[in-house]
Design a protein around this ligand. Sequence first.
Ligand code: FAD
Length: 469
Amino acid sequence: APILYWMRRDLRLSDNPALTWVVQQGRPVIPVFCLDEVVETWGAAPKWRLGLGLDVLRGSLEDAGARLILRRGQALDVLRTLIEETGADTVVWNRLYVADERTRDTAVKEALRSDGLTARSFAGHVLFEPWTVETGSGGYYKVYTPFWKAVRDRDPGAPEPAPKEFAAPEVWPQSEALDDWDLGRAMSRGAAVVAPYARVGSAAAEGRLGHFMAHGVADYDSGRDKLAEDGTSGLSENLTLGEIGIRTCWAAGQRAMADGKPGAETFLKELVWRDFAHHLAYHTPHLTSENWRSEWDAFPWSDDNDLAEAWRRGRTGVEVVDAGMREMYVTGRMHNRARMLVASYLTKHLMTHWKVGADWFADCLIDWDPASNAMGWQWAAGSGPDASPFFRIFNPDTQAEKFDPRGTYRRRWLAEGQAKPKETADAFFEAIPESWGLTPGQGYPAPIVDLKEGRDRALAAYKQRDTGQ
Ligand code: FAD
């Protein structure tokens, strides 16, 4: 009987424990991707980017003599239907750790087992699964540095090579057409503006990793913080969909360490930040939906509001904040330093709830990762476990002087007031919906909130929360 391999955030053939196991069984394998109850909730850019990834994956599977079966519906219904159609008796997948994914997967596993079928899951999405990293007293980690110390000398295992060939089932089940899913539907700007920035699929991801190891990692320690520079790996859009395996990245980082490349350890640490986000999402599932520290429930953050709308549109009048927001709108990504700045600005200067920001990121980022996004936002807001203290409020202007001293990043993304704006800056105005009613000719806005007043207001609210007065 064939084995169903249920693919989710593991759109790759190498460094893939579930797939390796299936192929070792020597039985026919049917790879399936399901547009299910979890994927349906994704935002515009992540869904659009998923569509591109599935298209490339389908090609790689076909090159290896297999197919990718696409089906839409509740995951369990889809799998049961396919089992009936194909006679499969086994379903396998690589495990995920965020609340909605786990709820779905646990229910699927229980139901399939109660149907008398084999359901097996594997570790493939993180370096070290959340329950394997324990504190001295057997708990989970709430702070990053001890987490890093606990894992840095561990071996996550060598990545497996891609299978050379797949045993095909006698009859392939029907697949729905990817085009019919229209995954770019909500992403009107996608095809035209963002597409050139996306690097899709496993081959592109491996190329990116190789390039970074050859050219980027040595300067990563300082390069990663410079807003105008391409000083990081760019792998997040591939890692979130599993187009490259995390152990492949880890192994490359370890080789660079052994070669004495200066930034290699910092790169490994960043990979472990990603693991840490999943560790937290697993042990404290409310990470993605509520203030991690419930004392923040009493903080007077506002829900969505006009100032937040100006923030989304890159019209706050604070240049580095607006540059970051526009970079994200045009490229589907944002520099990490800019993410920290725009998140601090929204939650502190604009006193708006981090969830408003996290939701907009979830709609705009092609590298959206539910665990890293929530952890990043709760860190910036001060409500997370290992958070930046609320009273440490970034001054965006000082940050811009430090990390964009020549204004290159800001000019790259802000067209207003420039005689000859960069193409990238103009692209923002091509990308935005007409309903925003924005043109570069309108001129650049004055700050919607005075930086000092905003800071003082946030600190006063924080003090009040702290003293309960
Ligand atoms: P590199 O610097 O090359 O790092 C290599 C890899 O390490 C990344 O690809 C990523 O997988 C991981 N990594 C690096 N920094 C972090 C971090 N702080 N947290 C978790 N993992 C990290 N990252 C996402 O992948 N998806 C998100 O939705 C996301 N949302 C964020 C929201 C906020 C408010 C903040 C402050 C950060 C967020 N990050 C998110 C983390 C970080 O900004 C990105 O991972 C990074 O900018 C991606 O660029 P890169 O691949 O070139 O990273």
